[in-house]
Design a protein around this ligand. Structure first.
Ligand code: ADP
Length: 506
């Protein structure tokens, strides 16, 4: 994540001050795509001349060796909480050139002292606190930003605090953009949260057109609050914006999204092309680019060597991702079996928050422990992921739903041809070699429609045959994939247009 190269001049004359409030940030607190998005978008905006700050918790599990100039501010913040005040140390630091502000509450609650980002019994409180502390910090900073950009339910209450408490105190300048990366996780809370956070006004907030969950009359829905109270709402691909409003993929939020349709839009995620760059990636056995793609093979050999796989002429198919049912767990297993049956090799890198799922894949790994063609790595290993992107020939992404998906985008950057299901951002970014209506140079992968084994096989089979029997065609696909531009340049410009419109229209 470098925020120093590729200076691109924005078409907007005035610099904006943009503040992200986030639970994740790559690489210091990476869980999934959200952390990549905050880092990549911020770096791009900074390179375009914008002023960007990122507010996140000072987790004990941050990768501290990747934070420069970590410094505690002299004054403490006193955050209203549970009818009292929680003193908070505030730290500043730089993460790969990005300016970060870390919230460090000094209380027995130990919100960010759990050696984990998520998965705690009090996650709702931990992140409601983040939102309140972040807005409190901005209020006291006397440097009110133009834009506050919130991400998923952990920072969805920030616009509620801003517009319902701090605006009346005089913080009238900021406008809020809320990006929903995954509708499956919405942040449901008991009504007590209104008292804990100091929002109070039970009758006002527990209404259908406010925070009340539509399926549980006793619950508050934080994501819904983010939609209602923000000035603009984005999903992470245009296709997913349609799916969540009109195709029942909003996990119950469809009516709310339809009501607010005028301020909802889909902006495709980008990939940080400085960080994910096969030409400069220090994790690779041998760097390469689209012009020197024959060198990619050295990375395949190194990967096979690392996992004691046979060096042969077989295509290497990979899966990288969270082992979540959303990702099509049965289909991933099926892809492995089909690949082996059709004379290919398969590598998986994945992990789950659910111990039972991890155990299942560890058992599967045991079955292939002496295999010359299969390796399963159950765990989270960022540098290894880049070695797999570089060493594989294909990346399979058989998701049931996929708001955007970064794995197929990173795979293309590294010349690993994606095999994906036509859903969400996968459908917006991967165009089938045989069936797409795009011009041939824009066709960059294999796509299937039906979320079942037959559907997957229809694409995987064509991919393996292409590699084995049409090497020139396969190499053209690699070139097309590597030349597809999924950098942040375009989406960052689109976000600036949104920021500018909400600054002038509200
Ligand atoms: P999601 O946000 O649903 O997890 P995305 O495809 O948007 O999925 O982003 C996943 C990101 O996390 C990618 O950068 C991918 O390389 C990375 N990733 C996922 N699982 C692992 C893992 N086990 N080890 C290393 N990186 C991983």
């Amino acid at each position: 994540m470098t925020a120093t190269s590729n200076n691109i001049h924005t078409t907007f004359e005035k610099q904006m001050h943009i503040v992200h409030i986030t639970a994740e940030l790559t690489p210091i607190a990476k869980v999934g795509g959200l952390g990549d998005v905050v880092a990549g978008l911020s770096a791009q905006h900074q390179n375009m001349g914008q002023h960007v700050d990122i507010i996140l918790p000072k987790y004990d599990c941050l990768l501290y060796d990747q934070i420069d100039d970590l410094t505690q501010l002299k004054t403490y913040l006193h955050v209203p909480w549970d009818h009292g005040l929680v003193p908070c140390a505030v730290w500043t630091g730089q993460v790969h050139g990005l300016s970060c502000i870390f919230i460090d509450p000094q209380s027995d609650l130990g919100f960010y002292q759990r050696q984990a980002v998520y998965g705690q019994f009090d996650d709702i409180q931990r992140f409601a606190f983040l939102s309140r502390a972040a807005i409190e910090y901005l209020w006291h900073s006397n440097n009110h930003p133009d834009i506050i950009h919130c991400h998923d339910w952990p920072s969805a209450l920030a616009p509620v605090f801003l517009f319902e408490i701090y605006q009346t105190l005089g913080m009238t300048k900021p406008r809020v953009c809320f990006t929903i990366h995954n509708f499956k996780h919405q942040g449901l809370a008991g009504r007590d949260l209104l008292e804990t956070t100091g929002l109070h006004r039970q009758d006002y907030f527990s209404k259908v057109d406010s925070l009340l969950d539509l399926n549980n009359p006793n619950a508050l829905n934080l994501t819904k609050g983010g939609i209602v109270f923000s000035n603009f709402v984005t999903t992470v691909s245009p296709r997913h914006a349609i799916e969540v409003m009109d195709e029942d993929q909003g996990f119950g939020l469809e009516p709310v999204l339809k009501t607010h349709r005028a301020k909802v839009n889909g902006i495709l995620n980008g990939v940080d092309y400085d960080f994910f760059n096969p030409a400069t990636d220090a994790a690779l056995a041998e760097p390469y680019s689209a012009d020197t793609v024959e060198i990619k093979h050295a990375n395949k050999e190194a990967l096979r060597q690392r996992f004691s796989l046979e060096q042969n002429h077989k295509p290497l198919v990979a899966f990288i991702g969270r082992l979540d049912p959303q990702k099509g767990l049965d289909l991933i297993e099926h892809a492995l079996m089909t690949t082996v049956k059709e004379n290919g090799q398969f590598i998986l890198l994945g992990s789950s928050h659910d111990p039972a799922i991890n155990q299942h894949f560890k058992s599967l790994a045991q079955q292939f422990v002496n295999s010359a063609d299969v390796h399963l790595e159950v765990g989270f290993d960022e540098p290894l992921s880049r070695q797999i992107y570089a060493g594989s020939d294909f990346m399979v992404v058989p998701s049931q739903f996929e708001p955007c998906g970064l794995t197929q985008l990173i795979a293309m950057r590294y010349g690993s041809v994606p095999i994906v299901r036509a859903t969400g951002g996968l459908a917006d970014t991967v165009f089938d070699i045989d069936y797409s209506d795009k011009p041939k140079p824009e066709r960059n992968g294999f796509v299937f429609e039906d979320f079942n084994e037959t559907g997957l096989d229809s694409a995987l089979h064509r991919a393996l045959i292409c590699y084995q029997q049409q090497p020139e065609q396969y190499q053209r696909l690699v070139q097309n994939a590597m030349c597809s531009d999924y950098s942040w340049a375009k989406p960052a410009q689109e976000y600036l247009t949104i920021y500018e419109s909400i600054r002038s229209n509200f």
